[in-house]
Ligand binder design. Structure first.
Ligand SMILES: NC(=O)c1ccc[n+]([C@@H]2O[C@H](COP(=O)([O-])OP(=O)(O)OC[C@H]3O[C@@H](n4cnc5c(N)ncnc54)[C@H](OP(=O)(O)O)[C@@H]3O)[C@@H](O)[C@H]2O)c1
Length: 344
């Protein structure tokens, strides 16, 4: 058994890591930290894990965690991970960080969008999107697990962008996320009466996931310019992106779908939907799948709309982190990730 640790195990993504790793045949969670819940069993915070995991939260002691574990997940807020990851790496552990701290090749972009100074600007992670960077992830010491919106948006755009059949200067991604995307701490915008029966656009043109999406996509087209508008919707988990493109040549719905099928052929967690099907949250909730579909072509205006859907806590965070761990440690990529969405 490979021993792994989780820093920040009492939060939403930490809880999902525990749930998924409990079903993994090749790894054991050797330690999980929480400052607020030190000494308490994990099921006191995550009641779904009662009689599943017999573990207690520990106070974070990074050197000791690295000594006992071959690989450590940091499920900690941005600004916190940048303090912890250098200590874990120095102590010899491989690390998967779920925050935004190590996703940027240029620390000044991070500082501009996250509004804080980076304390370890020279440490770079491999961007942990397996569909694009599988080979680099395998050898990585540090994987920077992607953001939830970037996962859905990038995977929804790459096939059309690489085929060079769209105008790269005109892409609009309109995305909606469930409230768990904001973490376990209550906030004004996520307070039930404020969020229920409502939809709220936020951080328009300045969300920290926009430069992350651009960084990845500009590797395929330096001309790329896009708009990204996130919304909070009153569901607990799930994230969907509706992406608008201007075609530069005529294509049918079937042509577009075929392009996606070819691009993602063999990908274990990408499902390209059939004609007439549109991705929906309830079909991916709890699973590591990303569903991509719609491919709706307006042939009078040469526009096309693609829709992608993920569970923000699974393919958008902890499931993708386990997928990355599997690649790094040489397990089957779907080990521990075979849970199917509960529908409806
Ligand atoms: N939620 C999502 O859908 C999602 C998706 C993709 C990526 N992410 C990213 O994943 C990370 C975790 O997100 P989350 O939603 O799980 O957040 P969360 O629910 O707020 O949990 C944060 C965890 O970090 C621990 N923590 C906070 N400050 C700490 C510190 N200074 N030292 C050590 N531990 C600390 C907390 O436990 P204690 O305070 O008890 O120690 C808690 O367990 C964030 O960077 C987030 O941006 C989240």
């Amino acid at each position: 058994m490979v021993e792994v640790g989780i820093i920040g195990g009492s939060g939403y993504t930490g809880g999902e890591l525990l749930r998924l790793l409990a079903g993994h045949s090749g790894v054991e969670v050797a330690c999980v930290t929480s400052r607020a819940h030190e000494g308490r069993p994990v099921h006191s915070v995550h009641p779904n894990l009662r009689r599943v995991l017999n573990l207690k939260f520990e106070a974070p002691d990074y050197e000791r965690v690295a000594e006992r574990c071959d690989l450590v997940f940091c499920a900690t807020p941005h600004g916190v991970s940048m303090q912890i990851v250098p200590l874990l790496l120095e102590s010899g552990a491989r690390v998967i960080d779920l925050s935004g701290d190590f996703r940027f090749s240029d620390a000044s972009v991070y500082e501009r969008y996250y509004g804080m100074k980076h304390s370890a600007p020279d440490i770079k992670g491999v961007y942990g999107l397996p569909e694009l960077h599988r080979k680099k992830i395998k050898r990585a010491k540090l994987v920077a697990n992607p953001g939830c919106y970037p996962t859905a948006v990038i995977l929804g755009i790459v096939p059309l962008l690489t085929a060079k059949v769209i105008d790269p200067t005109f892409i609009v991604a309109d995305a909606k996320s469930g409230i768990s995307g904001a973490g376990h701490r209550p906030r004004e915008a996520t307070h039930f009466p404020n969020a229920a029966e409502s939809v709220l656009a936020y951080k328009m043109a300045r969300h920290q996931h926009l430069p992350e999406i651009e960084q990845e996509l500009q590797r395929f087209s330096s001309e790329l310019r896009m708009s990204f508008v996130p919304h909070i919707v009153p569901v607990i988990r799930g994230l969907t992106a509706t992406i608008h493109f201007q075609l530069t040549r005529s294509m049918s719905q079937e042509d577009v779908r075929e392009l996606y099928r070819e691009y993602y052929g063999g990908e274990p967690f990408v499902r390209v939907l059939d004609a007439g099907e549109v991705p929906r949250l309830s079909a991916v909730r709890g699973s590591n799948f990303v569903d991509i579909g719609a491919f709706s072509v307006d042939d009078e205006r040469d526009r096309v709309v693609v829709v992608s859907a993920i569970d923000n806590l699974v393919k958008g965070a902890s499931g993708q982190a386990v997928q990355n761990m599997n690649i790094m440690l040489g397990f089957r990529e779907d080990e521990g990730l075979r849970s199917i969405a509960i529908h409806p």
